[in-house]
Unconditional design. Structure first.
Length: 202
């Protein structure tokens, strides 16, 4: 079992990936996050057209009783290109759910999705000491499904006709990855120096 690196609240706000840097979202990041959510509302599990800063907490940071949630903006070349949320962080079960992972339409390629997912997983397993991460996606997203499989995620089930979208019911895939699986596939010797990055300015 890899050692869990101790961190402070300030240190934990920035996570370095290969192509993007995840930074714990601030209020002035929210207009960009709302715009991205609106662009992606067709496949996010929310009505992006009705999003507002006042509603973000209840939608993007939804979490069960006894758990907590966090949201990060994804930065590339001093621009917010996406965001990700870690919801239902349970201190006893050591589990959490990636409820939203969205990338701006102009930046929507598999490498950005993969980088965000890898960065948030590294943070969750090594710094929050979680044992399990889970998430859902629309079953028809074949490229995203392939990305999850390559990352070591296991398809645990399919919820048939679980969401109404584009005039029809669609299936949801239910994915998960465990700490042991993640450790077996990735270098777990990350340190504070290579995990954290400097927040973009200007």
């Amino acid at each position: 079992m890899a050692a869990v690196v101790e961190y402070s609240a300030n240190e934990a706000t920035m996570i370095s990936g290969h192509n993007v840097t995840l930074i714990e979202a601030r209020r002035d990041d929210m207009p960009a996050i709302i715009q991205i959510a609106s662009e992606c509302a067709n496949w996010l599990f929310c009505d992006g057209g009705n999003l507002s800063i006042d509603r973000l907490d209840s939608i993007l940071l939804a979490t069960d009783t006894g758990t907590s949630s966090l949201i990060w903006s994804a930065w590339k070349h001093r621009e917010i290109v996406g965001f990700v949320t870690l919801n239902n962080i349970h201190p006893i079960h050591r589990s959490a759910e990636i409820l939203f992972l969205a990338v701006r339409s102009a930046q929507a390629d598999a490498w950005i999705y993969s980088d965000i997912a890898k960065a948030i997983s590294r943070f969750a397993f090594m710094h929050l000491n979680l044992n399990r991460i889970e998430w859902k996606n629309y079953a028809g997203h074949r490229s995203i499904n392939a990305l999850y499989k390559r990352g070591g995620a296991v398809l645990e089930g399919v919820k048939k006709e679980a969401r109404w979208r584009n005039g029809k019911f669609e299936d949801l895939n239910e994915w998960a990855i465990l700490r042991d699986t993640w450790q077996a596939r990735h270098n777990t010797t990350a340190t504070k120096r290579n995990l954290y990055a400097i927040r973009p300015t200007g």
